[in-house]
Design a protein around this ligand. Sequence first.
Ligand code: RIB
Ligand code: CA
Length: 320
Amino acid sequence: MGTKLIIDTDPGVDDAFAIALAALSEDVDLLGVTTVFGNVPLESTTRNALRVLALCGRPDVPVAAGADRPLVHPQRRRAAHIHGSDGLSGRSAALPEAGREPDPAGAVSLLVSLLEAADEPVTIAPIGPLTNIALLLAAHPRVRDKIARIVVMGGGLGGGNITAVAEFNIWSDPEAARRVLVEENVPCVLVPLNLTLRCAVDSAWLGKLAAAGPIGTALNALTPDYLASYRKVLGWDGIAMHDAVAVAEAISPGILRTESYPVEIDCTLGPGRGATLVDLRPEGARDEGEGDVTPSTIEVAVDTDLDGLRGFVLGRLSRP
Ligand code: RIB
Ligand code: CA
């Protein structure tokens, strides 16, 4: 079996594609899915995660709900204007009933038990706000050794989406994002908007998905509200499957080209809040005089074979 993976998610239309990508990949051992507030409230993200796994025929994958709010400062803006009132273009109810409840132990407990039980290091793919992962690392530092790497969809180099400077996942809980990406020193890959927007797929791609089989038809049926929103962002008929790009890297290491950079997160309460500050200066030009401390770096995804990535995702989602 290939990659051992846990997804932390706020479904969300692109989250649904990402969860399905992992659930339908035979070379992925999807150990569990944990949910977090984000695109829509926690109750909806949790229901949606359960239903997407039911759609993919994966009732074996445990689901547990986590944080319904950020670590420190309230952040009440969701993204229903992009993902629809229920997080899935109003079509969540069209998905199969989950027929089960989430694990009452909760997200952090499920993460700890899965990591402790794993016989090899586990990849974690947070594709929503990073609150659960910050809580995990703060309360259970010993699990760090069981984490292979954390592949985060988040950040925007030089620009955002929810504000002019901030990307939604980071902006939703900047303190949590800073904990995970800056303070914890766990191997991280950041997959920012700059790349995920370039990986957007058009209506022809969605048409192939819809024609691929019942799962593809059902996933495509979740896109109308998201498509309407991204038509304005892209200027053409298509969607950005941000989270599927990050999960593609999580399950196929190296599908994205990455570079190492120091990263900082703006946790102020001003207009810059939630901005991801990536120090793109050449390594030798980063010193800041006497006493400067060499900042730690993380991997930042900067490029990929766009059509290759699109084909990889379509091929995996087209599994009968
Ligand atoms: O900014 C894009 C990210 O925010 C994606 O994860 C999307 O699902 C939303 O959570
Ligand atoms: Ca998401």
